[in-house]
Design a protein around this ligand. Structure first.
Ligand code: SF4
Ligand code: SF4
Length: 243
């Protein structure tokens, strides 16, 4: 019986604990936050909309590779040696034109995995959380700052440079081939010259397998033994054993 009343009390007390916060609010003065005029203060490390500082981006693609949902698209064009694209704020030399840098923020899950691998720390998450749109396409943010004319000029410069390098390479290959053709032929080794040192395997195998009267040089590898044409008793059975 006492156990029954104890269980009833435990159930009642548990509900009292659960309602503690609710009842505390009953005796607290209500505050209406005047959103959007007054905004809530976000935690210091809140992760919201992404921002890319294109002045520091070197187009290394590491952020795009780290993104688990593939919402970053980057396109680059190599610069030619006669163009200096300058340095980033952390001193990294820029070698690529970043012709496209799109982030589809509608796909983004705010994981910040793209932020950590960036070598120049130019992509980061801001505290901006109000960016709703009527059209989904408007959630694709385009960060690249090059104009179409600048992109075309960079591509043309690179194509001309590649063509020039290919022509130089072809000319060098042709010159090397011509020099090779004009060179005198290499002297041939005389037939009666000193015989090369016999290989250890040939040295041991030659006496057992070389037929007598062979004209092979002493130091050359012994040829495979041929069965004697006539008067060899063992030749007959060997031939018969073949399938
Ligand atoms: S925060 Fe995550 S999902 Fe969003 S772009 Fe970066 S890596 Fe991709
Ligand atoms: S990791 Fe950084 S530097 Fe590399 S492409 Fe992304 S934003 Fe640019």
């Amino acid at each position: 019986m006492s156990r029954y009343f104890r269980n009833v009390w435990d159930g009642f007390f548990t509900v009292l604990i659960g309602m503690k916060i609710t009842w505390a609010h009953l005796f607290t003065r209500a505050v209406t936050r005047q959103y959007p005029t007054v905004k809530a203060k976000l935690p210091e490390r809140a992760r919201n909309r992404l921002y890319v500082n294109m002045d520091d981006c070197i187009g290394c693609d590491q952020c795009a590779m780290a993104c688990p949902v593939d919402c970053i698209t980057i396109e680059t064009v190599k610069s030619t040696p006669d163009v200096d694209l300058g340095l980033t704020s952390v001193g990294t030399k820029k070698r690529l034109y970043v012709t496209r840098f799109d982030i589809d923020i509608a796909k983004c899950c705010y994981c910040a995995l793209c932020v950590y691998p960036c070598p120049t720390e130019c992509i980061n998450m801001t505290d901006v959380y109000e960016f709703s749109e009527y059209e989904r396409q408007n959630l694709v943010y385009k960060f690249a700052i090059m104009t179409p004319a600048e992109i075309d000029a960079a591509k043309s410069r690179l194509a001309a440079y590649d063509k020039e390098q290919a022509a130089k390479k072809a000319a060098a290959a042709a010159a090397a081939a011509a020099a090779k053709a004009a060179a005198p032929p290499a002297p041939q080794t005389p037939a009666t010259g000193p015989a090369p040192a016999p290989a250890p395997a040939a040295k041991t195998a030659a006496p057992a397998t070389a037929p007598q009267g062979s004209t092979a040089p002493a130091g050359s590898p012994a040829p495979a033994p041929k069965p004697p044409a006539t008067d060899t008793p063992s030749a007959g059975p060997q031939q018969e054993n073949k399938p």
